[in-house]
Unconditional design. Sequence first.
Length: 415
Amino acid sequence: MTNPSHQAPHWTLAERAAKMNPSVIREILKVTEKPGIISFAGGLPSSKTFPVAEFEAACAKVLKDDPAGALQYAASEGYGPLRELVAAQLKAQSAAAGVTWNVDPAQVLITTGSQQGLDLVAKILIDKDSKVLVESPTYLGAVMAFTPMEPNVVSVASDAEGIDIADLAAKSADARFLYVLPNFQNPTGRSMTEARRAALSAEAARSGLPIMEDNPYGDLWFDQAPPAPLTARNPEGGIYLGSFSKVLAPGLRMGFIVAPKAVYPKLLQAKQAADLHSPGFNQRLIFEVMQNGFLDRHVPTIRSLYKAQRDAMLEALAKHFPESQGPDSANADSTFTWNTPAGGMFLWARLPAGMNAVDLLPHAVDKGVAFVPGAPFYAGNADARAMRLSFVTPSVEEIHRGVAALAEAIHAQRS
């Protein structure tokens, strides 16, 4: 029986809580949970790529060699040997691309997924109404991480080669930073060219604009490794985010930040306030699995799988939309168009003029296929005709059936 003298608790939410909204994509994906749906919607790596046997062996070794260290509280900066390994790999990758980047392990902060890296940077760099620049379109998860800090998120014009430098120069005054994904971007799959990277680095140096470089997909190239990181060109002017999710396993929730000395201490303090440290056991597992050049052997198998699936999607799209002549063609407005990503997990497509991807989605689901509408990825001036198609989790046979179903839905809506 309720005591009439007791009042119901009155929870007063902080103003910033009102700024937090559920992921638009997660809400959209609920529509796709019907049995039998072929999903091009998720941004999940293929579970076929998870090195299960190697992790099983690493678990046994870690628990045998250092159980107390693995299961105890640990340093907030992260497991020392893993930080050293990250620094060495970034240095080697940059050297292979022709740029010297002497990454100090003391600059490396291990995070609970690269999503935490976005959150930590937002906490230390964004005040209410701060200007933050992003690509058009951009990664929705980053905007979600920035939003509670109440910034003014400004979209910079972008094309197939990356950020538009003239538009960036016009908008960069007083910006706290530019957030950019140069390699096989989520959602578009595009990569920034070397010429555009050089121009962006020069403009950032001229204006004093810090760059926040997010690179979860950079190892997933198909034919040629991408150019050197932006941060490698100006280490004091950049914060670099990396992830182990796409090359090992996302369930371990491991990522890292490489930050200049000017901001590293505050990132560390924000990390300590958030979770003390990322799981030490998981950090040791990743370190053990990565020994003896494992990624040099393992990642090429991921690239091969994803390339075959990308090619299957391109083949299916060409079959079912023979009238399409590419996103830059003169008749692009009247046809269904798409790009050809050189790596990563996503392909970016655009419906004919007069159509809306959000409106199309339930009809596509009725036909047995799902995708993510592109509009939520824009900070401003959303393209209602855009959509993101992920090719890495369905089989080749499912890709062909799914594209056929998508074509049926599009043609039905147009007629």
